[in-house]
Design a protein around this ligand. Structure first.
Ligand code: CP
Ligand code: NVA
Length: 321
C-alpha cells in the first residue's frame, strides 16, 4: 500500500514532537481510550501493517503496539532481529528499503540510537523508536498523558518533576519532555551515571531560545530532587544491554532508592511513576510502587492508547483527529 503522507514523519525522540502535536496526541489518546473501554469500534487503520523489529526483550511495547494495531483494524508483525537477515548482517539501510515496500510503518527497539536514525533515513515509511539505548519517547508520552489524566489537561506545566537514579534512556527522554511540556526537571544521579551531555545542552539551548517556562537541573542528592516535587519517577539501575555492570551499579545507586521517606519530601499530592519492569527493593520500595501515590498500572495501560494515537498520527498524517 502506498504511503499516504506527502512527507513522512518519524518519532525517534521527543524533539520530533511539537507542543501542539503533543496536545493533539493526548486528546486523541483520551478519545481512543474511551472508545476502547466502551467497546466502540475505531478501525481507523484498516488494511495497514506495522512491522515491529525487536533487538531487545519487551512485554509492554510489543503487546501494546500489536494489540493497538489490531484494535485500529490493522495488523502488526513481530520481527525478531535474530530471525531477520538483519541479525546475519544485512545492512540496516537495505532492510529499511525492503520493509518499506511491504508495510506502512516500522517500530524499532534496538541498542545504538543511530540504528533507529539509519532505519528512518532509509525507510520510505514512518519509523517509531520503541526504545534505544538513548531514548524511549513512547513511554514518556504515555507518562505525560497519565499525569494529565490524573491531574487535568496542562497540569504539568510549571510543575517540578524529580528523576531519581540512572541517567539512562528514560532520563534523557524526560529531559526532552521538560522542554516539550514545560516543566522543571531535577535529576538526582551519581556523578558517573549522568544523562547525556549533548541532550542536556541541546534542551537547555532550546528552552533558552523559546523562552519556555522549563528547566533541567542535575544534582547528586535525591532529597534535593524530591523536595516539593509533583511527580517522582525512576527506572531500573541496570538497563538492557548493561547486565555485566549489574553489581557495580547496585553499589553505585545504593542511596538512590525511591522509598517512603523520600516520597514524604515531595508534594503531598505527588504521583509516583516507573516505566516498568521494576525491581522492588532496588530502585523503588514495595510500599511506594504498590502504594496510593503510584500510577504505574495506568502508565502501562496508557502505552496502548497513546501509541494508537501515535500510529494514527504517523500512518494517516494526522487525518481523523
Ligand atoms: N516500559 C517498557 O517499555 O516495557 P517493555 O520493556 O516491557 O516493553
Ligand atoms: N532503561 C530501561 C527501560 C526499560 C523499559 C532499559 O533500557 O532497559
Amino acid at each position: 500500500m502506498p504511503n499516504p503522507l506527502p512527507k513522512k514523519h518519524d518519532l525517534l525522540t521527543l524533539d520530533d514532537v511539537r507542543p501542539e502535536e503533543m496536545s493533539h496526541l493526548f486528546h486523541r489518546a483520551g478519545v481512543l481510550k474511551g472508545m476502547q473501554h466502551r467497546g466502540e469500534p475505531h478501525r481507523t487503520l484498516e488494511g495497514r501493517t506495522l512491522g515491529m523489529i525487536f533487538e531487545k526483550s519487551s512485554t509492554r511495547t510489543r503487546v501494546s503496539f500489536e494489540a493497538g494495531m489490531f484494535q485500529l483494524g490493522g495488523m502488526a508483525l513481530f520481527l525478531s532481529s535474530r530471525e531477520l537477515q538483519l541479525g546475519r548482517g544485512e545492512p540496516i539501510a537495505d532492510s529499511a528499503r525492503v520493509l518499506s515496500r511491504y508495510v506502512d510503518g516500522l517500530m524499532v527497539r534496538t541498542f545504538a540510537h543511530q540504528n533507529v536514525e539509519l532505519m528512518a533515513q532509509h525507510a520510505g515509511i514512518p519509523v517509531i523508536n520503541g526504545l534505544s539505548d538513548s531514548f524511549h519517547p513512547c513511554q514518556v508520552l504515555a507518562d505525560l498523558f497519565t499525569f494529565e489524566e490524573q491531574r487535568g489537561v496542562g497540569s504539568l506545566r510549571g510543575k517540578k518533576v524529580a528523576w531519581i537514579g540512572d541517567g539512562n534512556n528514560m532520563a534523557n527522554t524526560w529531559i526532552q519532555a521538560a522542554r516539550m511540556a514545560g516543566f522543571h526537571l531535577v535529576i538526582a544521579c551519581p556523578r558517573e551515571y549522568q544523562p547525556c551531555d549533548a541532550v542536556l545542552d541541546k534542551t537547555r539551548r532550546l528552552i533558552a531560545e523559546s523562552g519556555a517556562n522549563a528547566s533541567v537541573e542535575v544534582v547528586r542528592d535525591p532529597r534535593e530532587a524530591a523536595a516539593g516535587a509533583h511527580l517522582v519517577t525512576t527506572d531500573v539501575w541496570t538497563s538492557m544491554g548493561q547486565e555485566e555492570e549489574r553489581l557495580r551499579r547496585q553499589e553505585a545507586f545504593k542511596g538512590y532508592v525511591v522509598d517512603g521517606p523520600l516520597m514524604a519530601l515531595a508534594d503531598k499530592e505527588a504521583l509516583f511513576m516507573h516505566c516498568l519492569p521494576a525491581h522492588r527493593g532496588e530502585e523503588v520500595s514495595a510500599e511506594v510502587i504498590d502504594g496510593p501515590q503510584s500510577v504505574v498500572w495506568d502508565e502501562a495501560e496508557n502505552r496502548l492508547h497513546v501509541q494508537k494515537a501515535i500510529l494514527e498520527w504517523l500512518m494517516r498524517g494526522g487525518s481523523g483527529w
